[in-house]
Design a protein around this ligand. Structure first.
Ligand SMILES: NC(=O)C1=CN([C@@H]2O[C@H](COP(=O)(O)OP(=O)(O)OC[C@H]3O[C@@H](n4cnc5c(N)ncnc54)[C@H](OP(=O)(O)O)[C@@H]3O)[C@@H](O)[C@H]2O)C=CC1
Ligand SMILES: CC(C)(CO)C(=O)C(=O)O
Length: 315
């Protein structure tokens, strides 16, 4: 990525909630950006947490984006659902320049191997965020609006652990991204941050969806033993991966988020309620697949995975 002459272009795949929150930050910071959609659509109106409304520019249809010769260069952020990432990466294969940088930004795990297989020479980052919002339509029209609900924090790190000749380019990328993503923290071991978020989602999301409750109800004593068992299984998996995460550390974070988001419905609860596919295959499903590879028993995660699959089949 050549940053000597011009600001790198930010390419955002999709015009979903997280993509549009980042796009609004870029708009306000006057950074060049483009959002890419599969089919042409009206751009959303953003209802910003601080009270203002913003109109985002119309997105570009992905396959038209690089019609002709010029490939996408700069920073390519993929803020889609985890189960959409493999298709996005395949779509991008012949569209991006050799010096483009990729950022995977989603809940759950299980996309890194695909990204590295398809882009062995590119710099790839993974990130996890607590910025938040939701999409809705107004009663007066059918246009999509997005309500911003949390500024949040974002943790980012290189998935190849490549601190090498590229160091200064990587530092430039991260310092540029920090001008459009609030509270961006660089992690040298991003997997620790991703496994921590994995545990939060593996505990809160399926239980709230299965029991049809808000996050805060998980503080009731009836759920404690199950929540602790799910957490324990993920800590064991993380230990096998040589990640330095303790049970107490993760458990306190899980409980903290149950309380902090007590009045919210988790994304999996909302997906099941609205008849959408969930990200369970990349949350509890990831835990089950990785555990199988090393002969580790994770019965609680297996149970939740099966239960959510049954709920998805009923949709
Ligand atoms: N929303 C939130 O507050 C938070 C979300 N997250 C996580 O961030 C990730 C993104 O979430 P969110 O923004 O809510 O998801 P959305 O469903 O709102 O956005 C995903 C977007 O990606 C688009 N997309 C998918 N595949 C392609 C493709 N091949 N080409 C172009 N566009 C594509 C979808 O388009 P289409 O409409 O055509 O399907 C959709 O608009 C998830 O992992 C989520 O769990 C994390 C923290 C908070
Ligand atoms: C942190 C939590 C559990 C908040 O609801 C979340 O990330 C989700 O719902 O997907």
């Amino acid at each position: 990525m050549n940053q000597r002459n011009a600001a790198p272009h930010i390419h955002l795949i999709g015009q979903g909630v997280i993509s549009s929150l980042i796009a609004t930050h870029a708009l306000l910071a006057q950074r060049p950006f483009t959002q890419y959609v599969r089919t042409q659509r009206t751009a959303p109106t953003m209802y910003w947490l601080s009270g203002e409304n913003y109109a985002l520019p119309t997105a570009t249809v992905l396959n038209h984006a690089v019609a002709g010769t010029k490939r996408m260069s700069g920073i390519i952020i993929i803020p889609t659902k985890a189960y959409q990432v493999a298709n996005v990466l395949t779509d991008l294969q012949n569209l991006i320049a050799d010096d483009a940088v990729l950022v995977l930004l989603h809940n759950g795990l299980g996309t890194h191997e695909t990204a590295q297989a398809l882009f062995p020479k590119h710099t790839i980052y993974a990130a996890t965020t607590s910025m938040a919002g939701y999409a809705f339509t107004t009663t007066t029209d059918t246009l999509t609006c997005i309500q911003h609900t949390a500024w949040g924090q974002t943790q980012i790190g290189n998935i190849q652990n490549a601190r090498s000749a590229n160091d200064s380019t990587q530092d430039n990328t991260l310092s540029y991204l920090s001008t459009i993503i609030p509270e961006l923290h660089h992690k040298t071991s991003i997997l620790e941050a991703l496994y921590t978020k994995l545990a939060v989602n593996a505990v809160i999301n399926p239980l709230t969806a299965i029991h049809n409750i808000k996050n805060g109800r998980l503080a009731d004593s009836e759920y404690m033993m199950t929540m602790q068992a799910i957490t324990q299984e993920i800590v064991m998996l993380a230990k096998h991966k040589n990640l330095s995460l303790s049970y107490t550390q993760i458990w306190n974070i899980v409980l903290g988020i149950v309380h902090a988001t007590g009045d919210n419905y988790s994304s999996m609860h909302q997906d099941i309620t609205h008849g959408r596919r969930t990200e369970v295959d990349f949350i509890n499903g990831f835990v089950v697949r990785e555990a199988q590879k090393i002969g580790l028993n994770v019965p609680e995660n297996e149970k939740l995975l099966k239960h959510i699959h049954i709920l998805e089949e009923r949709l």
